[in-house]
Write a new protein. Structure first.
Length: 407
């Protein structure tokens, strides 16, 4: 069984990352806000696995991989704890490994030592294709019914109309700047691309191959002749243009960040004055009195919609399902959303936030806002924008190019 699964996983992963011919997409929508996405249109077949039809007795333990702030147990702040109430209710003791990047999450999941992961869209398809993430039976997660419809069955959390996880929350990648150093206040990604030289050495960018999509998004709006329709679906010419833009930007970048606390420190000290950021970074930096603001630029942005996925090798699957239902339950989802700084996945969470304006502030149910956000989706040879007459550049090539951009 193990050998067969490994062979099937290798075949699927090869189709996802290294295929040489462009297959067709069912509907071919992109990732912008989920509004035009095409569930099941990725053009690859995952390893054959089935989701459980029922749950049994909980195993007494669950091992998680999570972004910082997603599985708080009171150790960082005694007032922030949704892990211990979960343990008391279910009898499942939680062990959490905090990961700093999507690549780290993918590598950790391959070890088979973890039961569930809070994967972003630049990791989820890799986990599905490699056979490291299993299909999820959403009927076994009662709180799934109250998740915003725009987060369900999207290209980053489903394949061929099969769900591979439970949406956790979402957010946009914002443009953050020092109000005392960057004037006038920027409203465009031009500040970190064409105008980056104004702040040479103090521009910052997210340290991940998926950041190539940020350059593609900017070119999509400023160079329409390139024909970019989806920043994650780039043919070779479009990809080369995005890489070229990032190589030019590199001369002005002081630091590429993946640890958000380091970015907070850089903006506080003034080592960084403008660059890509997350809402949690803005919240933390402002809380530490740094003179910073952030904006969703006029071109729109990339963004993340995280999905709790269950490992295909989970030793504690029943506790994992209990965790999936717990983390998306209204009260807990509200706690996570407020602590981290994001829009909750569960619509009923908006009734549970301590700040009654939280969901309005984070655009939780603002469809127009999310249409401007292109959620991270793993690039594959089968163009996600629906083109069938060309091949798009797969993620493996993005990884190679990212090394060249930084080097």
């Amino acid at each position: 069984m193990r050998a067969t699964r490994t062979l099937m996983a290798a075949t699927a992963l090869g189709g996802l990352l290294l295929a040489t011919a462009c297959g067709s997409s069912d509907d071919g929508g992109g990732g912008g806000g989920g509004a035009k996405s095409a569930p099941g249109g990725q053009g690859f077949t995952p390893p054959k696995m089935s989701a459980p039809k029922s749950l049994g007795k909980t195993e007494g333990k669950v091992n998680l991989i999570a972004w910082a702030g997603y599985a708080e147990d009171g150790s960082n702040d005694p007032k922030v704890d949704w892990v211990h109430p979960f343990e008391k209710r279910t009898g499942c003791q939680v062990s959490t490994k905090v990961a700093g990047t999507s690549d780290e999450m993918v590598n950790l999941m391959k070890t088979g030592q973890y039961d569930a992961v809070s994967a972003s869209g630049d990791a989820s398809l890799r986990l599905i294709a490699s056979g490291d993430a299993a299909p999820v039976n959403t009927d076994l997660v009662p709180n799934y019914r109250d998740v915003f419809p725009g987060l369900k069955m999207q290209p980053w959390n489903s394949v061929k109309k099969v769900a591979y996880g439970i949406p956790h929350g979402r957010g946009a990648n914002l443009l953050m700047y020092r109000t005392d150093k960057v004037k006038p206040a920027p409203d465009s990604w031009k500040a970190v691309f064409d105008d980056a030289g104004r702040h040479k050495g103090r521009v910052t960018a997210y340290d991940s191959p998926i950041y190539i999509a940020d350059a593609a998004l900017y070119l999509m709006k400023t160079k329409p002749d390139l024909g970019i329709k989806d920043p994650y679906a780039l043919d070779q010419k479009q990809f080369d243009a995005a890489v070229s833009l990032l190589k030019k930007q590199n001369a002005n970048v002081g630091e590429y960040w993946s640890d958000y606390l380091k970015e907070v420190s850089a903006f506080k000290s003034g080592d960084s004055v403008v660059g890509t950021s997350w809402q949690v970074i803005l919240n933390t930096a402002q809380g530490e009195k740094a003179p910073v603001k952030a904006v969703l630029p006029k071109e729109g942005s990339t963004g993340w919609s995280d999905t709790w996925m269950v490992s295909a090798k989970a030793e504690h699957p029943d506790c994992a399902y209990k965790w999936l239902d717990w983390i998306v339950s209204p009260k807990v989802n509200a706690q996570v959303a407020e602590y981290f700084g994001e829009a909750p996945a569960n619509a009923k969470a908006c009734e549970e936030t301590s700040d009654p304006k939280h969901c309005a502030t984070y655009h939780a149910d603002d469809a127009a806002y999310w249409k401007k956000v292109h959620f991270w989706t793993t690039p594959i040879p089968q163009c996600l924008d629906g083109r069938t007459d060309t091949k798009c550049v797969p993620y493996a090539k993005w990884v190679q190019a990212w090394t060249e951009i930084k080097g």
